[in-house]
Design a protein around this ligand. Sequence first.
Ligand SMILES: [Fe+2]
Ligand SMILES: [Fe+2]
Ligand SMILES: [Fe+2]
Length: 423
Amino acid sequence: MDSMDYKRINMHELLLCLANAADLVNPRLTAHHQKVAYLAYRIGGQMNLTREEQKKLLLAGLLHDVGALSYNDRIELIDNEPPTAQSHAEKGAGLLHGFPPLQEVAEIIRFHHIPWKNGEGQHFRGNQVSHMSHILHLADRVTVLVDPQREVIGQIHEIRNSIQSRVNTVFSPDLVDAFLALSNYEYIWLDLVYKPLHCILPVLTTLDTMELNWDEVILLAQLFSKIIDFRSPFTANHSAGVAKTAEKLAELAGFSESECKMMLIAGYLHDLGKLAIRNELLEKPSGLDSNERNEIKSHTFYTYRLLQSVKEFETINEWASFHHERMDGSGYPFRLNGKCLSLGSRIMAVADVFTAISENRPYRKSMSVDDVKKVLKSMEKRQALCPYALSILMENYDTVDRVRIDAQEKASIEYNYFSVNSE
Ligand SMILES: [Fe+2]
Ligand SMILES: [Fe+2]
Ligand SMILES: [Fe+2]
């Protein structure tokens, strides 16, 4: 046991960080998750929902589109609701279901695009659709109607008309009434377009939150690694491999039990900033031009800035975000060198390179063990990777490789299940 065991992570803080990460997928949808969360929470208040229900609505809003993983999905969902909208709602719910504290929230998300259809929308394929899903739906549709380029109060009238024209067909009458009443308050609209972080934070801090221990954070981080990786078959099991490899190396290096857990979390989140990178770049095997390379390089910067907002994550952030820094200072984006990189960060760099060159990719076969070792050695020689961290891998190569292969196979099975079952 060490002092790290007593750290408790604020769940709201972590979810907000993850919602911000999800919003990077599409810059056109600035703070979409936060805005929908805020509005759903307010409409819930207007409809006299309990505090608990309002809280669930807020969390559902923060995460509702995490199933829209690809950039194209998100673009399509901005202006209209394509018939395929149910697919991302199912995907999102399926992912979140894996984290017990969010199971009810997952069910709200599952039905956030079901139209009211004169009451038929109270059920969908034999399931009851909660009024909270309908509230989330309305909050989402209102949010996309707000044009960020124009002054907001002048838009209230058209937005009210647009929502009113869909009463009974898309939204229930009592919900539309509640929205119309709420829409009289200018501050609601001003909040909605105010600097992103400011609209949701005051609400969040008034709500009780759950404190998570490391094991619960692991579950949530693993869930997020799927949101990061499942955007593309090219990355589908990468974070799982890096996380388990880094954890094993940390254990072999004598890290404490809770430090090993932190390493696992850092591994799951190391590519969080990849949510800001377009799918087509993730899927381009070679021939990237310099602009595209720069774009990809920015991902660890985003990982760092996003994780910075979570208290008690300082060490995890260092381990996660410095995985492209190199011992000789030739890495990016902070240009750190061996003098500033902690052992945890060096282990992560080894775990990342090792996993990347060992794993199967759709466009190439995995390298042979001998070739992997050759590449790693050559990187050590040019002082890119830490000789000590690498020696731990080399001396336990088969054990670590087994751990990586098992983790990636498991993640692939989950990915296949996920992509088949949510169409
Ligand atoms: Fe959606
Ligand atoms: Fe949405
Ligand atoms: Fe990376």
